[in-house]
Ligand binder design. Sequence first.
Ligand SMILES: Nc1ncnc2c1ncn2[C@@H]1O[C@H](COP(=O)(O)OP(=O)(O)OP(=O)(O)O)[C@@H](O)[C@H]1O
Ligand SMILES: [Mg+2]
Length: 245
Amino acid sequence: MRITKDQIKQINEWIEDMDLVGLTYEKIDNEDLIDGLLFHHQAPDFLGEVEYSSGATKVVFIGSNVDYVIKVPITMMQGDLIEEHEDYEDCVYDDDYEYQGAINPFTGECMSDYCWEECLLYRMARKMHVEKFFLPMYKIGENIYIQPKAISWDEMDEDDDRPFVRYVTREEKQYARERASMEGHDVRNPEMIAHFFLQYSEEDVMRMLAFMDFNQIGDMHSGNWGLNDKTQKFVIIDYGSFRDS
Ligand SMILES: Nc1ncnc2c1ncn2[C@@H]1O[C@H](COP(=O)(O)OP(=O)(O)OP(=O)(O)O)[C@@H](O)[C@H]1O
Ligand SMILES: [Mg+2]
């Protein structure tokens, strides 16, 4: 990944200009808000064509000319939905509900920034020598992060001809499930583990699963893991975990 100080400055100015502070998942989900912002705020030229994607905890900007993506944390819904109206603005939420978001893995403290949680988890993964399973996350500004580009499993082209990009068999998935549960891991995504077995040693994969269990990293749906573009290795893209309390 190559990024200069000047490029960091330009990205910061652009993201700050869009003023994404306080965005919630519901807003992004219900309005074409980001489309509008992208239209009105010109992205730095060096990024190329910019597309965006979003999930429950982040907005992700993907530029065609760079080998990283830009991530901005968003806030989870603040209260329980009491009354739903067709027009999102009129929905009524229960203010007493407190959402406990990202957990700082070093202090246990609750945070609202899921990107920062991933930075901390990545640091911890390095300490535990399991970092190769996780796409690193770097902070480049207030609420602005970058991560190497990847392609999530659900975006993979079915005709991809790289030998390790293939659908694993039912037997391979069954084996992955059994192997992991032998070590006490609750396997919710045997497909991902079976893919890891294609590229990493079983011992390493088990160590990574123990790390995930310990840090309550879950929700491994097919948008959250995939291939690192550069290294061509299967990795976990989204390893922030969010919890209700
Ligand atoms: N490094 C990356 N390279 C390419 N695409 C990415 C990358 N990171 C995220 N994306 C895309 O953006 C989507 C949302 O990113 P991510 O999963 O990190 O956010 P999230 O809001 O925490 O998601 P979730 O809804 O799973 O909680 C991903 O499903 C993926 O399609
Ligand atoms: Mg995700």
